[in-house]
Design a protein around this ligand. Sequence first.
Ligand code: MN
Length: 450
Amino acid sequence: MKPIGISIFEIQFKPKRIQNLTPGTIMSRANDPQLKSWIEVKPGSDFPIQNLPFGVFKTAEKTPRAGVAIGEYILDLSAIAQAGLLDGISFNKKVLSQKTLNDFIALGKPVTNAVRERLSDLLDMQNNELQDMPELKKQALVKQSEVQMLLPVHIPNYTDFYSSREHATNVGTMFRDPKNALLPNWLHLPVGYHGRASSIVISGTPIHRPKGQTKADDAVAPSFGPSKSLDFELEIAFVVSKETELGSSVSTAQAEDHIFGLVLFNDWSARDLQKWEYVPLGPFLAKNFGSISSPWIVTLEALEPFKVETPKQESAVLPYLQFEGPKNYDIHLTVDIVTATGASKTVSNSNYKYMYWNMCQQLAHHTVNGCNIQVGDMYASGTISGPTPDSYGSMLEISWQGKNPVAMPDGTERRFILDNDTVVIKGYCEKNGVRIGFGECSGKILPALP
Ligand code: MN
């Protein structure tokens, strides 16, 4: 495996500590569990100094710009760059003052990793550079509660996979045949479809209940109206930072070099529309009315210590899908439903480590035919369900098509999502006392428009 963290910054600045935390993997200094920031990071925070996820924010005074989350604050990268604190890394600093991260992440890992290392250094308790600049600190540290987060990237293309074996088995069991729940192709390739990029919105953006055609099993003709079985899908998406030419392919070994990081993702789904429309070409209006991304892109480098082996793939996969080493990530995931009255219940406890097909295989498969990828593309995992009912990643599975309603603390029941419900996805990794979190991916369903 290629060591991470061998960056321009390290070559120029030679940091004192590079630790070998996991056999065979050289971790960068920014991952050191001993690091502490001079900015307070409360226990249970998603954003310790070892994380430093990238996002885009704006305030009443500030135009959109790049930042990293640290504790309850955001470090304004535009301000830090203007003050000359990133001068040791050679790149056009204007990329940090834009409304998306596309141009920044397109600079590639040597630059983005060097920036992450440098920011880690500036926020390190043992480094006085920024600590001793009170005016700049006042300008460059902004409370997360006082900003508006924006979609972190412009998304040229969006693809949704179907890579959780448990999810595919549950859906196949419900809709087809429990004995042949997985279709014949499923164990041989990561099934996916091309989704809609234009309707991906940032966490906190409400979506109106979609309207469309549905047909009850006993009805002779379809009818039109608001979806009666609106669902969430608990997913994680990866963001591409290195484009390819049309005609070229990305191997499983190269894939991580093309991926900047991960976000939490809610792929809102209208099950009744889906059931009627999906034959024979797959999802369409049941999926493209809105999907939610969390605001912070957690880098693959920050997630490196949390890599785990993938579930054993029982069918021998074709050579282009074979891979070496751990490719999954141990990311705890929860889904909460919050009602209009504020009653809240955790309806799912899942984990990204359950994914049968990993993101390197997904990208290799996606490009094996020569399909080109673009900077900012999002590739979602598909619903992430675990082996037990409390770990299922959609209401379709949790309520088993509505047969087992979920009791809410306010006495109401949920088979699917009701108007004015908010669905909140959270995720984090934890090991050696370090918690790398994703923040929130939250979205409210408003009543259908007239
Ligand atoms: Mn999906």
